[in-house]
Design a protein around this ligand. Structure first.
Ligand code: SF4
Length: 234
């Protein structure tokens, strides 16, 4: 199978079976999404969604957060991974947002990356979700799944994965392809126990059946219908 055939088969399958896909983070404004994505580093979306309602009630606007100190923010995010660093970043991010950008999230990826706590992946997520930019944010799921499926070869960094995916996926599909890969990695092609026997893209996957499977997963081989991602309410 050529790389092109692999991409074409997988894109066609996701287009048919997952015509819409979106972030599982809860938000009502670009500011809220930016805060949620910063908090989601090394943390589950589910945990972030449990935390943000109280945080956004206390700091509903960038101006409210800019007026706060890291110590003010910390109690609201203490159950999230790395709360000290994230509280400092949120306070500094909100201050720069208000001082230099009038409280509006910049649409330019490089400008966004100047904000404390905002790396390339976070800026690309905001760009893709808020402005529909044709970019490929690479998080831990995308990095792992793209390599395992054989969509990228030899990528040592998220940036290398990003560039290879951008070369091979039609630009207009990049924002949704990002969600396809994240959700597939989260619910089907999981890190420790990929559900190959039930996977809808198995036919085009370089890693199919080379992954460790539990006995019950092996017994399901060829007896089950392709597994569509089970979206959870998180
Ligand atoms: S066939 Fe297995 S390794 Fe390949 S994408 Fe599906 S779950 Fe992942």
């Amino acid at each position: 199978m050529t790389l092109r055939q692999r991409y074409d088969g997988i894109i066609e399958w996701f287009s048919e079976n997952m015509p819409s896909a979106d972030t599982e983070l809860h938000f009502e404004s670009p500011y809220q999404l930016l805060v949620a994505v910063i908090l989601s580093a090394q943390c589950t979306d589910k945990r972030v969604n449990m935390t943000t309602p109280a945080l956004f009630e206390r700091f509903p606007t960038p101006q409210d957060m800019a007026a706060a100190s890291a110590d003010d923010i910390f109690p609201y995010i203490r159950s999230i991974s790395y709360p000290n660093n994230k509280a400092k970043n949120l306070a500094a991010m909100a201050r720069m947002l208000c001082d230099e950008f009038g409280g509006e999230i910049p649409s330019d990826i490089d400008q966004m990356m100047r904000l404390p706590g905002v790396g390339r992946k976070t800026a690309n997520v905001i760009g893709a979700v808020v402005w529909g930019k044709e970019v490929m944010p690479v998080d831990t799921h995308v990095f792992r799944v793209a390599a395992r499926i054989g969509l990228v070869k030899g990528a040592k960094t998220p940036r290398q994965t990003e560039l290879q995916l951008e070369r091979n996926i039609p630009s207009h599909l990049l924002p949704i392809a990002h969600h396809w890969l994240i959700l597939h990695g989260r619910y089907v092609c999981t890190a420790r126990s990929p559900k190959c026997a039930e996977c809808g893209i198995r036919e085009w996957c370089a890693g199919a059946d080379t992954q460790k499977q539990t006995p019950s997963q092996k017994s399901k081989r060829n007896t089950t219908k392709p597994l569509l991602i089970q979206r959870t309410t998180s």
